[in-house]
Design a protein around this ligand. Structure first.
Ligand code: PGA
Length: 251
């Protein structure tokens, strides 16, 4: 019912030559071993236009890593959602924990960014996830439920929104959440979404993120209610990223 989505978040890595080489390698892998899921690359903003020609030829989409909550204006250094749409993006990540942590982004701000993405015709990938302290205190479910409630804007539905559950302590650490905990959290998120957006919630995709690697992808992607992955570190290595793509059920 829900087609899996595997998204690569390259974060602040790479110059044009690196990005082109990576995408060319991915295109080769895609031709040899087709994906059974949707594949999205979120490179640094500077690489979106240079990569566009390579990506459009294959089965991959391009997305931004963040957008501003206004459509234009005096916001030095920011990128607006319509600008991402204008250069060929179909998606944008909002509320990644690195932005929440380093740029003080609140749930309300994340909801405003997601709403801006929707206005621009982009799918918003809204990130949520608890810290280690919150999990150790037994607070993970409450924190993430609140993030979902406050970070998902009115008008969200399966066509314009993806939720990525990324436990903060699992990002870039090599620690992955236990499959049972991932399953419980994804169930919780879908139950919360059911109250917010009713029947749309069944079709909305929930991704897991946090140290997804080729050797844990099969297990994580087989979990009920896990509809794909948001991949950081491993997305910088084409062979690893493609192994995760190929780990989606249905290949
Ligand atoms: P990671 O990052 O795969 O390197 O843990 C995930 C993310 O930040 O989206």
């Amino acid at each position: 019912m829900r087609r899996h989505l595997v998204a690569g978040n390259w974060k602040m890595n790479g110059q044009v030559a690196d990005g082109v080489a990576r995408v060319e390698e991915l295109a080769g892998l895609a031709a040899a071993q087709p994906a059974a899921c949707d594949v999205l690359i979120c490179p640094p903003a500077t690489l979106i236009v240079p990569l566009r020609g390579y990506v459009s030829a294959g089965a991959m989409a391009l997305g931004g890593q963040d957008c501003h909550h206004d459509d234009s204006g005096a916001f030095t250094g920011d990128i607006a959602a319509p600008m991402l749409a204008d250069i060929g993006c179909s998606h944008v990540i909002v509320g990644h924990s690195e932005r929440r942590r380093d740029h003080g982004e609140s749930n309300e701000r994340v909801a405003a960014k997601a709403a801006a993405a929707h206005r621009a015709g982009l799918q918003a990938i809204i990130c949520v996830g608890e810290t280690k302290t919150e999990r150790d205190a037994g607070d993970a479910i409450r924190v993430v439920t609140r993030q979902v409630r406050e970070s998902v804007p009115d008008g969200a539905g399966a066509a314009n929104t993806v939720i990525a559950y990324e436990p903060v302590w699992a990002i870039g650490t090599g620690d992955t959440a236990m499959p049972a905990d991932v399953e419980a959290m994804h169930n919780t998120i879908r139950t919360e979404l059911a109250e917010m957006i009713s029947e749309e919630s069944e079709r909305l995709r929930l991704l897991y993120g946090g140290s997804v690697k080729p050797d844990n992808a099969v297990e994580l992607l087989a979990i009920e209610d896990v509809d794909g992955a948001l991949v950081g570190g491993a997305s910088l290595k084409p062979a690893d990223f493609w192994a995760i793509v190929r780990a989606c059920p249905g290949v």
